[in-house]
Write a protein that binds this ligand. Structure first.
Ligand code: NAP
Length: 285
């Protein structure tokens, strides 16, 4: 029976560490600040934004919300980004995705000052991750590494398989595992013999977006199985990409959904805001 990795508890510990860092910065006269931009009225985005604001409040980060109507033009949005880039009390800028149709998300991200890009989606930050010279890490993959570290799962020399190659999860996840000296394979929808490849993994990360896609026969006994998926099962209930009930019988470690990777994403965002405040004030990170 697998050890269940408690993402809620680990995320709380990460937030506590971030809160201590915020207190130390405030003592030096530095108040970290985050601007959250939401465009339109997507209900899931509203929940994410509220949770981010709540996390800021909890750890002592100043936050500002910019809620814009779905009719906002690209020019208006870019103007707001430019203003936030210049704003001294704002260290991090986060534009909640997805943006309404007609707005160019890529152009918006590329206009954020890389030093304020706390999602680490800007090409400059993506490039830095590629060459291993990074300050910000993308929140979800960084959260996975933190879960492994704090659960005592070593990465070095291990066979790591990442299923999914998106720019926000799969690809950066693979790079972070590689930087930690894992031997990494990335799988996607064209991968042949997927089950066979997954079965080789000591660490298996699922970022597919398909409910219960990773089944017991795809998992090596004793493997650490990390489920990034946030899906709905046939009854509309939140579940992950991994068939949790069956896989937990065979895995060594497993993350549940909810309560695994999900809470880590916001905790790592808080860490990035602290990091941004330090960088912008010439402090070591
Ligand atoms: P995405 O952009 O849709 O990417 C999905 C990836 O899965 C693609 O690379 C795709 O391959 C691959 N895939 C799809 N079907 C496959 C199959 N049959 N076999 C193998 N690979 C397959 O999704 P994403 O943004 O990375 O998100 C993935 C999941 O993570 C979603 O459930 C999302 O909700 C969740 N998520 C959670 C958090 C969190 O905070 N916990 C954050 C972000 C995302 P191709 O490239 O070949 O199409």
């Amino acid at each position: 029976m697998a050890e269940i990795i408690d993402g809620k508890a680990i995320a709380a510990a990460v937030r506590q560490d971030a809160a201590a860092e915020v207190r130390a910065l405030v003592e030096k006269g530095i108040q970290p600040g985050l601007a959250v931009v939401i465009v339109g009225d997507d209900p899931a985005s509203r929940i994410y934004v509220n949770n981010k604001k709540k996390a800021c409040q909890e750890i002592g980060v100043y936050s500002e919300e910019y809620a814009l109507p779905a009719t906002t033009t690209q020019e208006e949005l870019l103007q707001l980004i430019e203003n936030l880039n210049k704003k001294k009390d704002i260290n991090g800028i986060l534009v909640q995705s997805p943006l309404p149709q007609g707005l160019d998300e890529k152009a918006v991200v590329e206009n954020i000052d890389p030093q304020k890009d706390v999602d680490a989606f800007h090409a400059v930050n993506v490039g830095k991750i590629m060459i291993g010279d990074f300050q910000f890490l993308p929140c979800t993959p960084a959260g996975v590494i933190e879960l492994l570290d704090r659960s005592g799962v070593s990465i070095e020399g291990k066979r790591c398989v990442v299923v999914g190659r998106s720019n926000i999860v799969g690809k950066p996840m693979a790079m972070l595992l590689l930087h930690r000296n894992g031997t990494v394979t990335i799988c996607h929808s064209r991968t042949q013999n997927l089950a066979e490849v997954c079965r080789e993994a000591d660490i298996l990360v699922a970022a597919v977006g398909r409910p219960k896609f990773i089944t017991k026969d795809m998992v090596k006994p004793g493997a650490a199985v990390i489920d990034v998926g946030m899906d709905r099962d046939e009854n509309g209930k939140l579940c992950g990409d991994v068939d949790f009930d069956a896989v937990k019988e065979i895995a060594g470690y497993i993350t549940p959904v909810p309560g695994g990777v999900g809470p880590m994403t916001i905790a790592m965002l808080m860490k990035n805001v602290v990091c941004a405040a330090k960088i912008q004030n010439g402090l070591p990170v």
